[in-house]
Design a protein around this ligand. Structure first.
Ligand code: GLC
Length: 715
């Protein structure tokens, strides 16, 4: 009886039965890639191959067996979901579940067993090229938002593969930089989202990162993979290397790597094609076993985890069938986009635009037309469609308002990635001055000007493989924005980016929207918010510093490091933790986001004055919509430890609730925490510690906008 095929048997039973039938060659065949995105099964036993695919916000188009270039399939155009900074900015756990379910359905329909996402690396510097793929600067927000996404993806019988574990917070020298960080910072800032992914999200896979920690590659790292991931967190899933992230056979055997993926040659070297048998965990490992230099204990452990993954995914009989670009996915993508958009500034209520009154709107900027789903590295997509901001506005305005357009500047005129082209022809022959003059003249005669600029997915912008070169907007956009502000007071700037940018013109521009990379529904979502069909409710998942040195990593000078070393001197003081400590006023703070209505907060109360270790404590506050239209507000709870034996941040996010209120409606919001919310990580004790003493709970509309606070004691 082939028990491994009997899904009435328990997974451990099926694993042991399958393992006992496999030869050592078949076992070694399972632990490394056979093609760009797949690993071998066991044909003789009817155990399927494992097929993986990028990425965090859409299923990547098929590539050739052993090439990054497109395979040219005609059935692999996906729905492009908003990038994860947008999801994080929604602060909506239900939306995160919807996101995971929807994206998991797309991956399932494409018969993928592992989705290579989500990414939850913490936003240490605004220059990191891949911040757009992640969930911001705060470990608590990232932890809460990653869990539902994983559950959603995996409800389809597709494994999430949380990445990049760990400390991959820059692209500069990403595959050779050794990150030096103290234990407390590691545990308080850089691990929590991964820990939540494993212990609450139950992720079935995790991806090791390219960089080193304690001078060991993170893809085969005793500390991260064996000591923390498996021993401390009890992870039973599979560790997959980043592509080319394994560099050593012996360490790959003993330091926790289960599946070695890569490209062209083992490690990051570029060798001949179809070199998979020469991967570190392929022939070299088999040779060590045959020679007696290595046993098969670790091999069996790796294969047990992979067989578990098989039974959860490829061999799970009753999994759903998925769907691609369904109405549900379109609606989900649209909702995530509109609810992640952040209204940063809205002086004299320029927004929303009443399209029944606006006769002429001038739309300026390359990002009003440039497709953003292509490019940016491994998260690049072949979207079934992508509505540009200009098209979205034209569609929404209909015939009642004239929409005119000028490019204003030239940014990235290319439109291809991995051989796939958006089909846009963005070539430009006019000079920068001609473009600026045309835009300013167009703006003069319009009722409103909507500037759509920001970054894009090209190198040194929001893209994998390289970091940005500065905080400033590229392509001389600042000058253009200032010139537009001089000729039209109804100027709205829509910043399309996955990163903070400097805004020297912030006091010249009445309205500013953070637009994110919004995917297929981008233009429709932006138009819905600008026209007021949707009341924006997003809040920033990371700080916008005024200048680069207002960020801890840059102020203390360890970015991007040198000679293969980078030291996180700022320690736990990342993001608002740094600006609070240094009393720096950010341009826009973590948790900031406005609405077209107004909210009034009552006085927060606690259900007890004193709590002991085993207690929970509940904070309650009323919130009222004092404006004229329905809206949602994200009530944030920060905890402040008034006296501690170690330096602590002024406050830390430990709770949030998104509430929807009709005009005039009032609700009571309660947030309950336990001593974990009061604790810091004591590296000497190697444990979390909550010290008795005085604390404060602060209720805020952002990290810089505390509306009320209440003191309490931990006995
Ligand atoms: C890339 C990325 C990783 C991606 C993988 C496969 O280098 O670092 O996020 O999933 O390789 O494309």
């Amino acid at each position: 009886m082939k028990n491994y095929l009997d899904d009435t048997k328990s997974i451990p039973e099926r694993v042991e039965d399958a393992l006992s039938r496999m030869t050592v060659e078949e076992k070694v065949g399972m632990i490394h890639a056979q093609s760009k995105f797949s690993s071998a099964g066991v044909p003789r036993l009817g155990i399927p191959e494992i097929w993986t695919s990028d990425g965090p916000h859409g299923v990547r188009p098929e590539v050739l067996w052993d090439e990054w270039s497109q395979a040219g399939w005609t059935n692999d155009s996906c729905f492009a979901f908003p990038a994860l900074t947008c999801l994080a900015a929604s602060w909506d756990k239900n939306l995160s579940l919807l996101y995971g379910i929807s994206l998991g359905e797309e991956a399932r329909y494409r018969n993928k067993n592992v989705l290579l996402g989500p990414g939850v690396n913490i936003y240490r510097t605004p220059l990191n090229g891949r911040n757009f793929e992640y969930m911001g600067e705060d470990p608590y927000l990232s932890s809460k938002m990653v869990v539902p996404y994983i559950k959603g993806v995996q409800s389809n019988g597709v494994a999430a593969c949380v990445k990049h574990f760990a400390l991959n917070n820059q692209e500069v020298d990403r595959d050779k930089v050794n990150v030096n960080v103290d234990d407390r910072t590691l545990y308080e800032i850089y691990l929590p989202a991964f820990k939540a992914a494993v212990m609450e999200g139950g992720t079935w896979a995790i991806m090791g990162s390219y960089n080193l920690y304690k001078n060991e590659q993170c893809c085969h790292n005793q500390y991260l993979l064996n000591d923390i991931l498996r021993k401390e967190w009890g992870f039973e899933g599979v560790v997959i290397s980043d592509w080319g992230g394994a560099h050593n056979t012996l360490q790959s055997i003993t330091n926790g790597l289960d599946m070695e993926f890569g490209t062209w040659a083992p490690g990051m070297a570029w060798g001949k094609t179809n070199n998979y048998d020469n991967y570190y965990l392929a022939k070299p490992y088999l040779a060590m076993i045959k020679s007696g230099e290595a046993g098969t204990k670790e091999l069996d452990e790796k294969v047990r985890r992979i067989l578990r993954l098989e039974f959860l995914t490829a061999m799970a009989k009753n999994k759903p069938f998925g769907a691609m670009v369904s109405e549900d996915h379109i609606a989900a993508g649209h909702k995530i986009a509109t609810d992640g958009i952040v209204l940063l500034q809205n002086k004299y209520n320029v927004l929303p635009i009443d399209l029944s009154k606006a006769k002429k709107i001038a739309v300026i900027g390359e990002n009003a037309v440039k497709m953003m789903t292509v490019g940016g590295g491994s998260s690049s997509l072949k979207a079934k469609y992508e509505i540009s901001p200009l098209d979205g506005l034209k569609k929404r305005a209909g015939t009642q308002t004239e929409i005119v357009y000028a490019r204003g500047y030239v940014g990235d005129a290319s439109s291809t990635a991995d051989g796939y082209s958006t089909g846009q022809d963005l070539k430009e022959t006019r000079s920068a001055d001609e473009l600026l003059t045309e835009a300013v003249n167009l703006a003069k005669g319009a009722d409103y000007v909507i500037f759509v600029g920001g970054l894009n997915k090209s190198e040194h912008q929001d893209s994998e493989g390289a970091d940005r070169l500065g905080l400033e907007l590229p392509y001389n956009q600042d000058k253009l924005i200032s010139e537009l502000a001089k000729v039209n007071k109804n100027l709205v700037v829509v910043n399309i980016s996955g990163n903070a940018v400097a805004m020297p013109w912030v006091n010249e521009v009445p309205a500013i929207i953070q637009g994110w990379f919004l995917g297929s529904e981008a233009g429709n979502a932006i138009a819905a918010v600008l026209a007021g069909d949707v009341n924006p409710s997003g809040k920033l998942p990371f700080t916008f510093p005024v200048k680069l040195n207002d960020n801890g990593a840059h102020a203390l000078g360890e970015y991007p490091g040198s000679n293969g070393q980078v030291t996180y001197n700022e320690g736990i003081f990342v993001g608002y933790r740094w600006t609070d400590k240094q009393k720096i006023k950010p341009l826009f703070s973590f948790g900031h986001g406005l609405s077209y209505t107004t909210f009034e907060y009552g006085k927060v109360t606690a259900d007890k004055k004193e709590m002991n270790d085993a207690d929970k404590i509940t904070f309650t506050v009323t919130i009222k919509n004092t404006g004229t239209r329905e809206g949602s507000e994200i009530v944030q709870l920060y905890i402040s430890d008034l006296k501690s034996s170690l330096p602590r941040p002024v406050k830390e996010l430990k709770g949030f609730e998104k509430v929807n209120l009709k005009a005039g409606e009032e609700k009571v919001v309660s947030i309950t925490v336990d001593k974990a919310a009061l604790s810091f990580f004591d590296a000497d004790k190697h444990n979390w510690v909550a010290e008795a003493g005085d604390f404060e709970a602060l209720i805020g509309a952002s990290s810089a906008d505390v509306r009320s606070k209440v003191g309490f004691k931990l006995k």
